[in-house]
Design a protein around this ligand. Structure first.
Ligand SMILES: NC(=O)c1ccc[n+]([C@@H]2O[C@H](COP(=O)([O-])OP(=O)(O)OC[C@H]3O[C@@H](n4cnc5c(N)ncnc54)[C@H](O)[C@@H]3O)[C@@H](O)[C@H]2O)c1
Length: 281
């Protein structure tokens, strides 16, 4: 693919990007797009993820500093905000691209959830958004007019059985985004969630049945599933000054899936599968 040209949308802006693991990560693609648009940023991920080593490549490519931080630990989040402030000064955007469910990883069905793991799912995937906002405020690192984006999934509104307790985590994440956004609005600080279509990443492919979910969404969405790079372009607009009054929103980035019912191709496919059971002879 030809190298995309930047528009300088984030020139002079600084930020923190949470959740880039490897080059398929949505956060990784967002980091590259932010760099293309002129931003400077710090990268952060859990210490265990950093040990895989891939993030060093991204840091080198983008000139970013890397800060280990397990977002389930308050002291680590507080420490991270202080360190980023010491190096970068005040910042203008944060990306929350963090999700993890031990229950899904260990194949625990929803009705049989391990409650300790359930707490971890909610804590890491949702409450962490509250935590990073809380400590960013406490350390006075956010400029007025900043923009915070967290990545969500339509499982927050509709049940996708294989998404299990992550459906609950995303509902909580979206609620925290709205709730916090209402309290930061007087400083012009926006908080939104972007509800991205299924995307082939490490977290995505870790879900049993992911390929089916991916294909279903791709077939149903009139524009098909958007890629991680397309998600990155959208997030750039939300970090930019072009969206200054967009806040408390859950914004679908899904090729139209959220409003699609069924299409001809799927009707034909279903008729073949079920043998036209109810069709008139
Ligand atoms: N892939 C998809 O189909 C899809 C669709 C919609 C939304 N999303 C969301 O996008 C976000 C990014 O996921 P991705 O698909 O790029 O996968 P990914 O695996 O690349 O990213 C998930 C990240 O969360 C990090 N993480 C896990 N536990 C952590 C902790 N305790 N502290 C700090 N970081 C921790 C991981 O190290 C990893 O970098 C997630 O919120 C995910 O739910 C993904």
């Amino acid at each position: 693919m030809a190298e995309q040209q930047g528009y300088g949308l984030l020139k002079g802006k600084k930020g923190i990007i949470f959740g880039a693991l490897d080059e398929r990560s949505i956060a990784w693609r967002i980091a590259l797009a932010c760099q293309r648009e002129g931003a400077e940023f710090a990268l952060s991920n859990a210490p265990v993820a950093l040990r895989l080593g891939a993030l060093d490549d991204l840091a080198e490519k983008t000139g970013a500093s890397v800060y280990p931080c397990d977002v389930s630990k308050e002291d680590e989040v507080e420490d991270l905000m202080q360190k980023v402030k010491d190096e970068y000064g005040k910042i203008d955007f944060m990306l929350h691209a963090i999700g993890m469910s031990p229950n899904i990883r260990k194949n625990k069905e929803y009705k049989e959830l391990n409650y300790h793991w359930y707490q971890q799912t909610l804590d890491i995937s949702a409450v962490s958004l509250h935590k990073i906002l809380h400590f960013a405020e406490k350390k006075e690192i956010l400029n007025d007019g900043s923009s915070i984006v967290a990545l969500s999934y339509i499982g927050a509104q509709r049940i996708f059985s294989k998404y299990s307790d992550m459906n609950d985590a995303k509902a909580l994440l979206e609620s925290i985004a709205r709730n916090y956004a209402s309290r930061l609005a007087d400083r012009g600080i926006r908080v939104n969630t972007v509800s991205q279509a299924p995307t082939q990443t490490s977290a995505g492919s870790g879900i049993k049945g992911f390929d089916g979910m991916y294909t279903f969404a791709d077939k149903l969405a009139p524009m098909g599933n958007p890629s991680a790079d397309e998600c990155a372009d959208y997030c750039v607009t939300l970090f930019s000054d072009l969206t200054r009054k967009v806040t408390m929103q859950n914004l679908y980035h899904d090729g139209g899936f959220v409003n699609a019912g069924v299409n001809e191709e799927m009707i034909e496919g279903l008729a073949k599968l079920y043998g036209g059971e109810n069709e008139d002879e």
